[in-house]
Write a protein that binds this ligand. Structure first.
Ligand SMILES: *Cc1c(COP(=O)(O)O)cnc(C)c1O
Length: 362
């Protein structure tokens, strides 16, 4: 048996057919930038997330950069980011000319709760990352940042569909950012992203920034750029949204099966709270001292896995800085993402469980 980590060509046939129909519709319609598909998509996400303002854009990295620009963060400013995350979180801080200040994570990869110790007179913002789909404790983070008069930009790129106390990931802070990269829980057939905010002034500014500063054509109020979403991607995402809830339920079901099957193994640590509401089961990351040999054993048995992420950002050349970052570094050495997606079959989950048990019990 071969179990790929993720193979998007396995999407269900009915979904594929609906995507093809959408492509035909848009092709016949002849509008490829902006238009109804984009408006519908924004409206549907907004509704799902309790009527927050939803601004679609070209990708999740741009969403983060637009957020920082809209909040006037730039040269001379410091922004606190977790040491373990996808590179975008820190990259955008550099792109606007500010300085990322790295802080360790907790044992699960979320910004450690003592992050306020990183604050200096230059600190302007903090970017909590809902890593693997699990939400940072937003109530306490928002309290801490409000007391210190800091902006908060949520990196919810991995957390669409996670809710804490009924409030969606990305809707807690000044600006929340989503990614619809193909491998995310809600994926386009290409690149797309979104900013979320409850502030109409910030909404307006982000809309200007992502479209050359134009409120209407040929009027340019500020220096912006082109970071618009493709009409085609918005159309595909409208189709994917119809399948989102059912596929989230499948992810949860499979995560539950992994839990049952692996819970007795003393040598691995299972993800915390993955069956709860504030986790969207985006990634199933186990932790083991024998990570590398386990990964090798699984590959030999036809099972694909992934590592999110093999290096912490402060160890990478463009971000190089000293520090222990103990938890983040340990996760980079011990974390292993198991295949978890709605296009797997039950017997594939069972096979992965069986092989992991075999590895530890042989
Ligand atoms: C995917 C991701 C992004 C970036 O999204 P893109 O759409 O690929 O630009 C940012 N942050 C995190 C944590 C991500 O996982």
């Amino acid at each position: 048996m071969k179990v790929p980590f993720l193979d998007l060509s396995r999407m269900e046939e009915s979904l594929k057919a609906a995507l093809k129909t959408k492509f035909d519709e848009i092709l016949e319609n002849g509008r490829f930038s902006g238009g109804e598909e984009v408006e519908d998509f924004e409206q549907r996400v907004s509704e799902y997330l309790g009527f927050t303002k939803a601004i679609a854009c070209a990708n999740g990295t741009d969403a983060l950069e637009l957020a920082l620009r809209a909040l006037n963060i730039g040269p001379g400013d410091e922004v606190i980011v977790p040491a373990l995350t996808w590179v975008s979180t820190a990259e955008v801080v550099k792109m606007v000319g500010a300085t990322p200040i790295f802080w360790d994570t907790d044992e699960w990869g979320l910004l450690k709760s003592d992050w306020e110790k990183a604050i200096t007179p230059k600190t302007k913002a903090v970017i909590p990352v809902h890593l693997y789909g699990k939400m940072v404790d937003m109530e306490s983070l928002m309290t801490g940042s409000k007391n210190q008069e800091l902006f908060v930009v949520e990196d919810a790129a991995q957390a669409f569909g996670s809710f804490q106390k009924g409030k969606g990931a990305g809707t807690w802070s000044d600006v929340g950012c989503l990614s619809f990269y193909p491998t995310k829980n809600l994926g386009a057939l290409g690149e797309a992203g979104m900013c979320l905010t409850n502030n109409v002034h910030i909404e307006k500014k982000i809309r200007l920034l992502l479209n050359h500063g134009q409120p209407t054509r040929d009027q340019h109020e500020l220096i912006g750029r082109n970071s618009r979403i493709d009409t085609l991607q918005a159309g595909f995402l409208n189709v994917q949204l119809d399948y989102f809830k059912a596929n989230l339920d499948l992810r949860k079901k499979y995560a539950g099966l992994y839990f049952e099957g692996l819970n007795h193994l003393k040598e691995i640590k299972l993800p915390i709270g993955i069956l709860k509401e504030d986790h969207n089961a985006h990634l199933f990351v186990i932790q083991s001292k024998k990570r590398d040999s386990l990964q090798k054993f699984l590959v030999e048995n036809g099972i694909g896995t992934a590592i999110h992420y093999p290096q912490i950002l402060p160890d990478l050349e463009p971000f190089r800085c000293k520090g222990k970052f103990q938890n983040a570094r340990r996760i980079s050495q011990e974390g292993l993402s198991l295949p978890l997606n709605p296009w797997m079959k039950r017997n594939e989950i069972d096979f992965v469980i069986q092989k992991i048990c075999e590895f530890f019990e042989k």
